[in-house]
Design a protein around this ligand. Structure first.
Ligand code: SIN
Length: 276
């Protein structure tokens, strides 16, 4: 096995591991790598839909997305599609997946199916480091506070993405409160758990106080020193620990560069626990 670090902050590209080997020993090696590096990448993984699902199940039960339909024969797989003419990309701002749920996603297994020749990288930022490096005064202001996360409704997930199909839903918007500083259930490390896309308010503060404080925290957690960036190739797989990172699918599709190409990713998410 070879482990190549992607940046000084997080992320590692791994070679010499078989993702179809679901033995307890192999899964333990992969989980240990994931807890350590927060996001891990594997290239040239021509695995089937079922193999991707079976691998994901080794981490826990599969989570179905609240708003977007899965593939007809494999509903566990949410296909992220950017059509050639689209400039935008699903997940194109800093976020932690479904942080608006009461039990947000534990981890995601994302496989690239079709990749533009240039553009469409994904960035990740390390929220354990974000907490460790946060100003002490800010730490004291948020350590015992909770924040409200909101899903922003169905249209946010489907209206701007021609290739993404909506589910029928009874509730349009989900909201939940979570501790701003959560504890990783495996490593017991503290994690800064807010994100620009879904975190709307700090509970117990006025709107003005909350907006000002959140802006400072967002600015800190998005600092480039805390990030890594992955350039996709076809059949690459990323696994991220959705509790300890935020991520950003970069929609840099401009004329005569990345625009004019389709980008397709298959995403399987694993259910998480209630943040504490
Ligand atoms: C996501 O935000 O889950 C999508 C990431 C990507 O397509 O790179």
């Amino acid at each position: 096995m070879k482990v190549e670090l992607l940046s000084g902050a997080l992320g590692a590209e791994i070679t010499g591991i078989n993702l179809c080997d679901t033995s307890a020993n192999n899964i333990k090696i992969i989980k240990d790598l994931l807890w350590e590096h927060k996001v891990i990448f594997f290239r040239e993984q021509d695995i089937s839909h079922q193999e991707q699902i079976d691998f994901a199940k080794c981490f826990g039960p599969i989570e179905h997305h609240a708003y977007v339909k899965g593939l007809p024969n494999h509903p566990e797989i949410l296909r992220i599609v950017k059509e050639p003419y689209e400039k935008n990309n699903w997940g194109e701002n800093w976020h932690s997946d479904v942080s608006y749920n009461s039990k947000p996603t534990q981890a995601v297994i994302l496989k690239s199916v079709e990749i533009p020749p240039i553009g469409g990288d994904t960035m990740f930022a390390n929220m354990e480091l974000a907490w460790e490096t946060l100003d002490e005064k800010l730490k004291n202001q948020i350590i015992d506070k909770k924040a409200l996360h909101s899903s922003l409704g169905m249209s946010f997930f489907v209206d701007n993405y021609a290739g993404m199909e909506a589910k029928k839903v009874d509730i349009d918007e989900y909201s939940n409160e979570h501790p701003i500083v959560r504890t990783h259930p495996e490593t017991k490390k503290k994690i800064l758990y807010v994100n620009w896309t879904y975190t709307k308010k700090i509970i117990g503060l006025s709107k003005k106080e909350s907006d000002e404080l959140l802006m400072k925290i967002f600015k800190h957690q998005e600092r480039l020193e805390l990030t890594c960036r992955f350039k996709w190739t076809k059949n690459a797989v990323a696994i991220w620990d959705n509790r300890s990172v935020i991520h950003y699918a970069i929609a840099d599709y401009f004329p005569n560069r990345g625009l004019g190409h389709r980008r397709i990713m298959d995403r399987v998410a694993i259910k998480g626990d209630k943040p504490f």
